[in-house]
Design a protein around this ligand. Structure first.
Ligand code: ZN
Length: 362
């Protein structure tokens, strides 16, 4: 007897996937939409089967080391299916009668997750809409004003690449870390304003797009002469880079599986002195194997202050004389040095970043 197959749909938000039906199994592929290349993000909803469902991936590299992330409570919590690290091309998930199961390549993060964070921790933070996205969604902007005299500013961005959900969790950690430093009376943190764009490509994140490598270019290559996206135009025009010393952390995630994808790293450029600045910041992060980041130098035109054409946010930011540090921070999507990524590991890493910023802004 072939097992009954579930009803398959995309979740209301952050959904992505192309599902086919075999004899007693489902096939699943990521939906590239308008992206190019080797993308990995998917997030689908299975309902109403009769026990175990076999899911076979359409290509390699679509499952992290601990299997897919699964939620049985409507997306409030996700946990990894497997206890042991393995390279997989299929998995089996239980879906009962009337049950609703969300499965994803990573821990998805959309606007409802941001609202949850702000409800829990947002006291003292100003929430503003500076601009509407192409689809009319508010691009979220958070501001934690300096207590007393403004001496420096921290600019945080996540989701220049829509699918890189863990970047938003790391951003939560940096904000929580800054709040803690203030509570503990750390002076530089009290006098530092925090300006944060937790979901830059809000349309892409809500729609479940890959976002990275969009044609003709994505949000993080939109800082050259041509600015396609409303969010990017708003960030460029924001009065964040004109007065006091600034640190910029642009939060990303790499791919899903493999040695390069399973450890945190900071991106330095070939700009004069930049590797030294990024390395000094990185050395202050520490925090053991799950946090301690590598530094990788990407000496490419898109990462250069003098680059023409499609340039990334960090390179654009470094052109301002006020900017002391501007780096892309990469934290893994599924596995961090052998351990499963969780909200806890990502937030802890973000807190370490906040601590280390004293080296830059104090
Ligand atoms: Zn990215």
């Amino acid at each position: 007897m072939t097992p009954s197959l579930p009803v398959v749909a995309l979740p209301r938000a952050t959904g992505n996937g192309i599902v086919g039906r075999g004899e007693g199994w489902l096939s699943l592929d990521r939906d590239l939409r308008d992206s190019d290349g080797d993308r990995w993000y998917w997030h689908v909803r299975l309902t109403d089967a009769d026990g175990p469902v076999e899911v076979r991936m359409a290509r390699p590299g679509l499952i992290g080391g601990f299997g897919p992330a699964i939620s049985r409570d409507g997306g409030a919590h996700y946990s990894w299916l497997a206890d042991r690290y393995a390279v997989r091309d299929r998995f089996i998930v239980d879906v009962g009668r009337g049950e609703d199961v969300l499965i994803s390549a990573t821990l998805p993060y959309g606007r409802s997750d941001l609202h949850r964070f702000l409800d829990e921790a947002g006291e003292g933070m100003e929430r503003t809409t500076v601009v509407l996205s192409e689809a009319g969604r508010p691009v979220p902007f958070l501001r934690l004003p300096a207590a007393g005299r403004l001496r420096s500013r921290l600019v945080l961005t996540a989701r220049h690449h829509a699918c890189e959900a863990i970047g938003s969790l790391v951003l939560e950690g940096v904000v929580l870390g800054m709040l803690d430093l203030r509570r503990n009376g750390v002076e530089w943190a009290a006098h530092t304003e925090v300006a944060a764009y937790p979901i830059v490509d809000v349309d892409g994140a809500e729609s479940g797009d890959q976002g990275k490598a969009r044609r003709p270019h994505d949000h993080n290559r939109d800082y050259g002469d041509v600015n396609r996206y409303a969010a990017v135009r708003a960030i460029r025009a924001a009065p964040l880079f004109d007065d006091v010393p600034v640190a910029v952390l642009d939060l990303h995630t790499p791919g899903l599986i493999g040695p390069l994808e399973e450890r945190p790293f900071l991106v330095a450029s070939g700009d004069a002195g930049d590797e030294e600045v990024v390395s000094s910041f990185a050395a202050g992060i520490g925090g053991g194997p799950q946090a301690d980041p590598a530094v990788m130098v990407f000496d490419e035109p898109w990462n250069s202050t003098s680059g023409e054409g499609a340039r990334c946010f960090a390179a654009w930011a470094r052109n301002h004389p006020t900017v002391r540090l501007a780096t892309s921070v990469e934290y893994p999507n599924a596995v961090v040095r052998g351990m499963p990524v969780s909200r806890g590991t990502a937030v802890r890493f973000g807190r370490r970043l906040a601590d280390a910023l004293g080296r830059v802004l104090d």
